[in-house]
Design a binder for this molecule. Structure first.
Ligand code: DX5
Ligand code: ZN
Length: 216
């Protein structure tokens, strides 16, 4: 199981140190939440932050775009040094084209579904993506409670992966703690995003170990 702490809950004035903390704590990826104030009712940060982080870590930069028309940002994120770009199926009419665009910039492509979106909405692209991100909260804010109705979609994606010989990662995002992590593991998740659980405690590194322990 990979752990991808979300820097949305980090201290932005100390970003370099905040990344070092999770790196030494055993994080596998850095999860970067971009919000545009349109697709979600909040603003966060974009490609310039990815560019500033890039020289300070060798960890995979896992960029979660919560923006309308994500295709408009692919080049900027590639130039900034992103490794993975995931975008929401609800955010564009051109999912197939956007996946191709991400791939043509030599990044991995992920597709994201909101809690109210069924797996069937992404069935046509499941064979093309490197990652499927199942939102386990409604996107836009850190620190929300896990929506347990989403667990059946993790299971469904896991079954589809086995049945079709696909090999996408199944990432879960929102309300992850040492309890919900177990539920997601059992359902077939392979990557856990955790924001407030990691950065909300005094020792971020220790929180990662606790999370890893809970899914052993
Ligand atoms: C929510 C973001 C999440 C967020 C998770 O829109 O996509 O990545 O940072 O925060 P927690 O782990 O606190 O629910
Ligand atoms: Zn996220």
């Amino acid at each position: 199981m990979k752990i991808a702490p979300s820097i949305l809950s980090a201290d932005f004035a100390q970003l370099k140190n905040e990344i070092k903390k999770i790196e030494s704590g055993g994080a596998d990826w850095v999860h970067i939440d971009t919000m545009d104030g349109h697709f979600v009712p909040n603003l966060s940060f974009g490609a310039p932050i990815v560019k500033s982080i890039r020289p300070h870590t060798a960890l995979t930069l896992d960029c979660h775009l919560m923006v309308e028309n994500p295709e408009n940002y692919v080049k900027d994120f590639a130039d900034a040094g992103a490794d993975i770009i995931s975008f929401h199926i609800e955010s564009t009419a051109h999912a197939h084209r956007t996946i191709q665009m991400i791939r043509s910039h030599e990044m991995k492509a992920g597709i994201v579904i909101n809690p109210a979106t069924p797996v069937s909405a992404i069935s046509e692209v499941l064979g093309l993506v490197d990652l499927v991100l199942v939102m386990t909260v409604n996107p836009g804010f850190g620190g929300q409670s896990f929506i347990s109705e989403t667990v059946s979609k993790i299971k469904e994606l896991n079954t589809l992966k086995d049945d079709n010989g696909w090999n996408y990662e199944i990432e879960v995002d929102g309300g992850i703690n040492d309890e919900t992590a177990k539920v997601c593991l059992e359902a077939g998740a392979t990557v856990l995003v955790a924001g407030s659980y990691v950065y909300g405690a005094s020792n971020a590194g220790e929180q990662i170990s606790k999370l890893k322990q809970s899914v052993k």
